[in-house]
Design a protein around this ligand. Structure first.
Ligand SMILES: Cc1ncc(COP(=O)(O)O)c(C=O)c1O
Length: 381
């Protein structure tokens, strides 16, 4: 392969005729928002995760905002969260007036939030803990739940990366008090934009239903079906609804999820076997392969490797890569929320992490080409 060959993208959609048919089904139904498709998607997602309630929303970010609202995060509340994440994890706290308190990761091989760091950062103002299952690998949920319970704090799972991953046999997103999924284009379930909130808490679910749709006590479909004639507004609400087209896409994608995750695990195994010989690369998360959905494939580069130069070289031979993540506490806007300096492990990983292409449909030859290219690069530098 060389420059003239097709690029191996970082991710690709797992879309086919089923998605086209689902969209057509909605268009022909002439009902576009919060109807039968959304209801069915919610029920199917709740059954899949093993939770009492799944509530569809317009994105993972709006899911996180609603989660913080129902966890009663308010101006001045502190919420402990990771920094090695996408900015939305912290932004959703800030939307409510809450203060993100960043905690370091567990270790240089487990890049999820550290329970010890969480425990150290709890104050009288702490209201909740937001965890993020990095790349679809579970946080240390037993320890985190224990800490949360002993301080009466809500646990919000940012499960944007995690549909189908498990922890001790339980689906991620079914362990904390409330969890938030994203269906953005690069996620394991992709609908373009979209999200889901899961919870076993009936009161949270009732509040979310109302707040996601302007605070109204009935929706358009209820009135259309004759179940309601008017509405009251009982809370400050938003328009965070999911529409029927995205829900129909989500239903098809959910059906493909387990097979897709299996495909990703096999591709990850091929990478792992091939990369073992490369001294310049380490793989995180040890032997937790079977539990993960491999949302992406992160590796840790040796300190001697110039990451920018490597990324540019890979790009020049048609391999797209990325970085997960620039730490949130270092962004110009978020620096105002960062007071302690104990983020050494987060900063180390952020400085040396590289994400390689992984998606349903990536071919063995493409993975082998990536491994060979890395081999050649490290040999020649
Ligand atoms: C960890 C994490 N949290 C939250 C989000 C926000 O999701 P969305 O893009 O659907 O708003 C994303 C996705 O992009 C994410 O990766």
């Amino acid at each position: 392969m060389n420059n003239a060959n097709p690029v191996i993208p970082l991710f690709d959609l797992n879309y086919g005729q089923e998605e086209e048919e689902a969209v057509l089904r909605v268009l022909r139904s002439k009902w576009l928002t919060m109807g039968g498709e959304v209801e069915a998607f919610e029920q199917e997602f709740a059954d899949f995760c093993g939770v009492r309630h799944a509530l569809a929303v317009s994105s993972g970010t709006t899911a996180l905002h609603l989660a913080n609202i129902v966890a009663d995060v308010m101006p001045g509340s502190e919420v402990i969260c990771p920094s090695l994440t996408f900015a939305a994890t912290a932004n959703a706290i800030i939307y409510t007036g809450g203060i993100p308190v960043f905690a370091d990761i567990a270790s240089l091989s487990d890049w999820t939030i550290s329970p010890e760091q969480i425990a150290k950062k709890i104050t009288k103002d702490t209201k909740a803990i937001v965890v993020m299952h990095y790349g679809g690998f579970s946080c240390k949920m037993d320890e985190i739940i224990k800490i949360a319970q002993s301080h009466k704090l809500a646990v919000i799972e940012d499960a944007a990366h995690a549909p189908g991953s498990t922890y001790q046999g339980k689906k991620l997103g079914a362990i904390g008090d409330i969890s938030c999924f994203s269906f953005f284009s690069n996620k394991n379930i992709s609908t373009g934009e979209g999200g889901m909130i899961c919870t076993n808490n009936d009161e949270y679910a009732e509040r979310i239903k109302i707040i996601r749709s302007h605070g109204m006590t009935s929706g358009t479909v209820d009135r259309h079906r004759g179940h309601a004639f008017s509405y009251d507004i009982t809370a400050l609400g938003y328009n965070y609804r999911l529409d029927e087209i995205h829900a129909a896409l989500g239903r098809v994608q959910l059906k493909k999820l387990e097979d897709g995750n299996r495909y990703r695990r096999l591709a990850a195994s091929r990478y792992k076997t091939g990369l073992k010989k490369l001294a310049s690369i380490k793989l995180p998360f040890g032997d937790r392969h079977a539990e993960a959905n491999f949302h992406f494939f992160p590796v840790l580069l040796d300190e001697s490797i110039d990451r920018q130069a490597l990324m540019a070289y890979l790009r020049s031979v048609g391999i797209q890569t990325s970085i997960h993540y620039p730490p949130v506490h270092n962004f110009s806007f978020h620096r105002q929320y960062f007071k302690t300096q104990n983020m050494n492990q987060t900063e180390y990983i952020a400085g040396h992490e590289l994400t390689l292409p992984l998606y349903v449909g990536i071919k063995d030859e493409q993975i082998d080409f990536i491994i060979e290219t890395l081999n050649r690069y490290f040999r020649d530098i």
